[in-house]
Design a protein around this ligand. Structure first.
Ligand code: SF4
Length: 621
């Protein structure tokens, strides 16, 4: 039997699923085996993974990297470490990293874009014009720096915001002092990008003086890993980019370069003309673009030189995106797809050339091979074997799957099959019908509801009819909302928790995952339709690539990703043992065994054509 003090478990009771997960982690650590775990919300994943790991690494030269896709997810890690530290009186050195710009102490950097900020920081360091950096480097400040480092370590495990404020007050660069603490840290909390991005990883590990072979990489919300890795290795170039880059080169006096970019535009246009009539996209070979460009490598060098110069004068350079794309385009064919596509941007035709990665293991394989062990956890890491295959794990991995622990009577999970969002059945009549079903549901919910649609187009097609029928205030998520806009909308929505409001969002949008509505802030989620990827050439190539590699391309490349999004949307409603709520899957396709078998068995799905009575009954009990 596990002893809490031996495994640093800070709570009174270890529940059976926690016991199993902790034992799995302890055994895997001893065998240097990786772990993939599907563990629904409420199991206590973070504590069940961190506690045993802390007990194992405390006197070993091994560091835990706790990596999350969003900064907001760092908080629970810090809180868990504090609990362990205070309960068992153990010294834990941990440091919390976000992007360098967010940690920077300078006050004039808000308007600098990603690369521009890095150039700025490099510049002020080299020219010794950043006092925060100078103070950090100054030998005479060694004692002050060490005292600050000691103070930061001894404070009760700081989050990055607090550390940044204290360092700034002491006039020391927060990023540099964090890197310094990182060298002594047993736990480093960071974003996925710090270790997934091949261009960032090496530099970051060097800064904190760690090696992969002595590092445990814990990936939280790991269902995101497949897409994150693919995105990191994918690039696009559009005719609009080229037009902006041409104008930029002209404006800054790069006449010759502007001529080269003009030639690029001609190549683009002739590739566009080669697209078969009535087709909006086509596969393209590397050579069809590469061979048309004279002095390919020289062009990249000239673009980069111009970028360096232009970034001294303005925030963003369009030439950079061309240089970046040209570099990527020379890459491998295996595991990638090249597509040329006609699109419209603000009613203007836009030709897009893309080089997209199909194979996430191109990033994760080396991490698996080189690290001490990987731990991937999520409430929707389902099916585990798919993640094992796609990310390139071999046999040295433990797969641990758990059921939802929340009381079954606190949730009503319904399939309402009276409508369909199937492409061939879409019509204004069908959209009105969907609006009617949605109104019927939300008008019977005593509180807030979120409706998730597969696309903004479908949401907008339903909106007019729905807003006439809904008795509740209706909010709409906008495309590409920034953090501030998102938070403002959420706060307004939450204010309606008693009278009830409706938020019309999109499955893959801002509120589809990673947003919590604890207590009675959200009573119902309706997932309208199935959020499948566009059935375009990239999706088709993805399916056939996974088919060739794993023999299950249709599920791996199309069905499971949509179901995972659906389950993430559904998961917004019930986040704790006390939460009660209704989750509705609105589409007749949810009846098909092809989709239903992908749902966790513990969902207890019921089918109803008249959900209003069940909803009323659920909320009156
Ligand atoms: S050295 Fe530190 S404080 Fe100075 S610009 Fe860079 S990140 Fe900001």
């Amino acid at each position: 039997m596990l002893k809490k003090e031996e495994i640093f478990f800070p709570y009174d009771n270890i529940r059976p699923n926690q016991d199993s997960l902790i034992s799995g982690i302890l055994g895997s650590f001893d065998n240097k085996k990786s772990v993939l775990t599907h563990a629904p919300t409420g199991l206590g994943k973070t504590v069940s993974i961190l506690s045993p790991l802390m007990s194992k690494v405390k006197d070993k030269d091994v560091t835990i990297f706790f990596l999350t896709p969003k900064h907001s997810q760092h908080k629970i890690v810090i809180e868990t470490l504090r609990l362990i530290k205070n309960k068992f009186n153990v010294k834990i050195t941990a440091v919390d990293f976000v992007g360098k710009k967010l940690m920077c102490a300078q006050s004039n950097i808000d308007n600098l874009y990603g690369n521009q900020f890095y150039d700025y920081c490099k510049d002020v360091r080299e020219n010794k014009t950043c006092d925060y950096y100078n103070n950090f480097k100054e030998k005479t400040n060694r004692i002050k720096k060490e005292l600050l480092s000691e103070k930061l370590v001894n404070l009760n495990l700081l989050n990055v915001e607090d550390l940044a404020v204290i360092s700034k007050n002491e006039k020391i660069c927060p990023y540099e002092i964090s890197s310094d603490i990182g060298k002594k840290a047993k736990v480093i909390i960071a974003d996925y990008n710090h270790l997934l991005n091949p261009g960032v990883r090496e530099h970051f590990l060097e800064r904190v003086n760690k090696t992969l072979s002595n590092s445990i990489l814990v990936f939280d919300e790991a269902h995101n890993l497949v897409d994150k890795c693919r995105d990191l290795l994918s690039v696009k170039l559009s005719s609009l980019n080229i037009e902006y880059a041409y104008n930029e080169a002209k404006r800054y006096g790069y006449e010759e370069l502007a001529n080269e970019i003009k030639k690029l535009e001609d190549i683009f246009n002739s590739l566009g003309r080669e697209l078969p009539i009535n087709e909006y996209e086509s596969l393209i070979k590397k050579e069809q673009f590469y061979d048309e460009i004279d002095n390919y490598d020289e062009l990249i060098v000239n673009l980069k030189l111009a970028v360096d110069d232009i970034l001294e004068k303005k925030k963003k350079s369009f030439l950079f995106s061309i240089a970046n794309f040209l570099e990527y385009w020379q890459g491998e064919d295996d595991g990638y797809v090249r597509v040329i596509k006609k699109e419209f941007y603000r009613n203007k035709p836009n030709l897009v050339l893309s080089y997209s990665c199909l194979d996430p293991s191109l990033i994760t394989k080396s991490l698996i091979e080189e690290s001490f062990m990987l731990i991937l956890m999520s409430g929707t890491l389902n099916p585990l074997n798919m993640y094992k295959d796609l990310l390139g794990f071999k046999d040295n991995v433990e797969l641990l799957e758990y059921e939802n622990q929340f009381p079954k009577e606190n949730r009503l999970n319904l399939i309402v099959p009276r409508v369909s969002t199937k492409f061939t059945l879409r019509s204004s009549e069908m959209f009105k019908k969907i609006a009617g079903e949605c109104a019927n549901i939300v008008n019977n919910v005593p509180g807030n509801t979120i409706l998730f649609f597969p696309s903004y187009f479908m949401r907008d097609s339903v909106y007019d009819a729905f807003s006439l029928l809904s008795k509740k205030t209706v909010f709409r998520e906008e495309k590409n909302m920034n953090k501030k806009e998102r938070n403002e909308l959420l706060e307004k929505f939450k204010e309606y928790k008693d009278s009830g409001a409706v938020l019309m969002g999109v499955s893959a949008g801002s509120f589809g995952e990673g947003v919590d509505f604890p207590g009675d802030l959200l009573k119902c989620v309706v997932v309208v339709g199935l959020p499948f990827a566009k059935p375009d050439l990239e999706t088709k190539e993805l399916i056939s690539y996974y088919d060739r590699l794993y023999g299950d391309g249709w599920n791996y490349g199309y069905i499971y990703p949509a179901i995972i999004k659906t389950l993430q949307n559904a998961g917004r409603c019930i986040r704790s043992e006390e939460d009660r709520g209704v989750i509705i899957f609105l589409d007749d396709r949810y009846l098909s065994s092809q989709y239903r078998r992908c749902f966790p068995k513990d969902m207890n799905l019921q089918i109803s054509n008249d959900p209003q009575d069940l909803i009323k009954e659920f909320f009156t009990n």
